[in-house]
Design a protein around this ligand. Structure first.
Ligand SMILES: *Cc1c(COP(=O)(O)O)cnc(C)c1O
Ligand code: SF4
Length: 351
């Protein structure tokens, strides 16, 4: 049985508000039992499969994320994203370690060329939070981590590839790296004439909004490249006031803000949540961009939402929201030059 505490206790740690992102990152919870204990939940939620999952892809939950989880609620959608359930130990046919077959697309160490005009730069393998459904949870980051000496090779490769006009800082979470290194990358990239945009795919400004500090805003605001920040929010409650303030500062520095989500069972697989998510994103100055169909990654089958259900949900969104708040339902298909749009069709009549 799961124990619920009736007393209203906050999981919030009073020291997090003014802390630096580096200290918050370092103080993250990395133990499943501690995570449950902090939320007043019983460790019977964990099973043998949780231990297997945690060993393969360790728990990592920073305090500002923990503070947004409802105390005593084992089904909380923010908790579900980070807690290794016993389901992780079950093997399912079709659920594999590299569903996107990224291992084959390396152009130079750290540089992945899956698309004609954009190149992915794997800045780091580290993340601020380990999302249980991550399609890169089995990714061999050690093979891709960039050393400063490899930077020159990457820049040379980009100079020799004028069809690439956008570099995407990817990972892991590229903002887990310090701003000194990131600003060096931004300067080096700005010397490549064909590059016009720098995209940053990061969950950190949402997970630890303190990440949006002066040092980050300084290089984002001063590069000649247009900066596009794609954050990753799956549930409206991930966006609290502090996240809103961080987003406002990023916009002031000139960044365009977009969001990608993953459709996840038990987190956002209903029309009310998805609608609230789009509205909340807009309030925070972020436009919904992609809603990813679920990728069958080993250990995450309990998040699976089939494409037919995902299409139905997006159809419902189309009937409820202006077009600019409806994310594109997509799937990454290995060897295709871009995302594959899942055709959702139209809702008949109104709701
Ligand atoms: C799809 C994808 C991209 C490229 O996104 P586009 O907006 O289609 O250019 C980059 N990184 C990851 C992880 C992706 O899934
Ligand atoms: S932040 Fe992104 S890359 Fe990191 S674990 Fe979560 S989904 Fe995966």
């Amino acid at each position: 049985m799961i124990q619920r505490t009736t007393a209203r206790i906050e999981a919030r740690d009073p020291d997090i508000e003014g802390a630096s992102w580096q200290s918050l990152l370092a103080r993250s919870i990395t133990d499943p039992s501690t995570l449950l204990q902090r939320l007043g939940l019983d460790s019977s939620l964990l099973g043998e499969g949780s231990r297997i999952g945690h060993a393969a892809f360790p728990v990592r939950v920073p305090e500002p994320w923990l503070a947004r989880i409802r105390y005593g609620d084992p089904a909380d959608p923010l908790l579900r994203q980070v807690l290794p359930l016993a389901d992780e130990g079950e093997e399912r046919p079709g659920f594999v370690t590299d569903p996107l077959q990224e291992a084959d697309a390396t152009a130079a160490p750290g540089l992945i060329r899956k698309y004609r005009s954009r190149a992915l730069l794997m800045v780091t393998g580290q993340c601020a939070i380990n999302c249980r459904y991550c399609f890169r949870r089995h990714f061999p980051y050690e093979d891709h981590r960039l050393t400063p000496r490899q930077r020159e090779t990457v820049i040379d490769t980009l100079r020799a590839s004028p069809e690439i006009n956008e570099v995407i800082f990817s990972g892991g979470d590229p903002l887990a790296v310090n701003d000194h290194l990131l600003s060096q990358w931004a300067s080096a990239l700005s010397t490549v004439p064909s590059l016009t945009r720098l995209r940053i795919h990061s969950r950190l400004p949402v997970v630890i909004p303190q990440r949006v500090d002066d040092a980050l805003l300084e290089w984002i605001g001063s590069t000649r490249l247009s900066v596009v920040m794609v954050v990753h929010v799956n549930h409206p409650r991930e966006i609290d006031d502090q996240v809103c303030r961080a987003m406002a500062r990023l916009r002031q520095a000139g960044a365009t803000l977009l969001n990608q989500s993953v459709i996840l069972k038990g987190v956002n697989d209903d029309p009310d949540t998805l609608q609230a998510l789009s509205e909340r994103l807009f309030d925070a100055g972020i436009l919904p961009y992609y809603l990813h169909g679920f990728d069958p990654v080993a250990g995450a089958h309990h998040f699976d939402v089939n494409d037919q259900r995902a299409r139905e949900l997006v159809r419902q969104l189309q009937a409820r929201l202006p077009g600019y708040l409806v994310p594109r339902l997509v799937r990454e298909v290995p060897d295709r030059p871009g995302k594959t749009l899942l055709d959702v069709g139209m809702e008949e009549g109104g709701e």
